[in-house]
Design a protein around this ligand. Structure first.
Ligand code: BTN
Length: 265
C-alpha cells in the first residue's frame, strides 16, 4: 500500500533546500493558492505543498486543472531566485525539465513542449504553472506548481478529460504499472533542485541548450496568442524563454504566452 504524505516525501528526497518543509493535505483548493497563503505567514524558499486532491486546481492561461483524487501528483514549491522579471519564464522551463528528468528515471522517454508541458509518446503527462510576484522589475517570489498524471488509468482519462483525453496520458499508462507517488515526488524535487542550482550558478545557456534537446523545435506549429493565430516553424527559444516562430512569409514572431500546437507536416 502506497504511503503518500509529508514524511514519506521528505525522507525520500535527497535535497538541501527544496522540501526542507513539506506540507501535505488530503484536499485543498489549489496547492499554489495554499502556498501563497503560507508565504504571507512567513514560509521560506524551498517550502513545498502537496495535496492528494485539489478542488480548484489551476492551469495555464486561466484554465482549470482537472485531476481526480488519490492518483496524481499536485505539488507546489516556493522559489525566490535573484533574477529579473523578464527571466521568470525560465523557471517554467526548469520545472518541466525536472519533471521530464524524474519520468526518465523510471525508464520512460519524456519530451517538453513550449512553454510548460511534459509529453510522453507525444501526449501530455504533466504541466507547470509558475505564479510570479515582482518588485521593481525583480522577481520577489515564484510559486512553481507541478501537476503530473502519475497513476490515473486510461478509462478514467477517457471518462474525465473530454475532448483532450486522446492527447493525455499518465506514467502508469506508459509503464504498465502503478508508481509510488512519494518516491516520484522526491525524484521531482531532486531534479528541480539540481536544475535550479545549476541555473543560479551558470545562467540560462545550459538550461536553454538542454531544453532545445528535449523539445519539438524544427516542427511546424500553430500558435494562438490572444486573438492572433499563425502557423510556422518553431525555430528556437530566446534568452528569456520566449518561442521564436518563423512564418511562411519569412518573418518571425516571438511568442510569450500563447498556446502552441505541433502540426504533423
Ligand atoms: C498547465 O499545464 O496548464 C499547468 C497545470 C499546473 C497544475 C498544477 S497541480 C499543482 C499546482 N496547483 C495548481 O492549482 N496548479 C498547479
Amino acid at each position: 500500500m502506497e504511503q503518500f504524505n509529508a514524511d514519506t516525501v521528505r525522507r525520500s528526497a535527497h535535497t538541501r533546500l527544496l522540501g526542507h518543509t513539506v506540507h501535505y493535505w488530503t484536499e485543498v483548493d489549489s496547492t499554489n493558492a495554499v502556498l501563497a497563503r503560507l508565504r504571507k505567514e512567513g514560509a521560506s524558499e524551498g517550502t513545498v505543498v502537496i495535496a492528494d486532491a485539489q478542488t480548484a486546481g489551476r492551469g495555464r492561461l486561466g484554465k482549470p486543472w482537472f485531476s481526480p483524487p488519490g492518483v496524481n501528483l499536485h505539488l507546489s514549491v516556493l522559489l525566490t531566485p535573484p533574477i529579473q522579471l523578464s527571466q521568470a519564464r525560465l523557471l517554467t522551463l526548469i520545472g518541466s525539465l525536472a519533471i521530464a528528468d524524474a519520468i526518465e528515471s523510471t525508464g520512460v522517454k519524456a519530451q517538453v513542449k513550449w512553454p510548460n508541458d511534459v509529453l510522453v509518446a507525444d501526449k501530455k503527462v504533466a504541466g507547470v504553472l509558475a505564479e510570479v510576484q515582482a518588485q521593481n522589475g525583480q522577481v520577489a517570489e515564484i510559486i512553481l506548481g507541478l501537476g503530473v498524471n502519475v497513476n490515473i488509468d486510461r478509462p478514467t482519462i477517457d471518462r474525465l478529460f473530454g475532448d483532450v483525453a486522446s492527447g493525455a496520458t499518465s506514467l502508469r499508462e506508459a509503464l504498465g504499472h502503478e508508481v509510488d507517488r512519494a518516491a516520484f515526488a522526491a525524484r521531482v524535487l531532486e531534479a528541480l533542485e539540481h536544475r535550479y542550482f545549476a541555473f543560479l550558478a551558470a545562467g540560462s545557456q545550459p538550461l536553454l541548450t538542454e531544453w532545445r534537446r528535449r523539445s519539438f523545435l524544427g516542427r511546424r506549429v500553430r500558435v494562438q496568442e490572444e486573438d492572433m493565430t499563425v502557423e510556422g516553424i518553431a525555430l528556437d527559444l530566446d534568452e528569456e524563454g520566449c518561442l521564436v516562430v518563423i512564418l511562411d512569409d519569412g518573418s518571425s514572431v516571438r511568442v510569450r504566452e500563447g498556446e502552441v500546437v505541433p502540426l504533423s507536416s
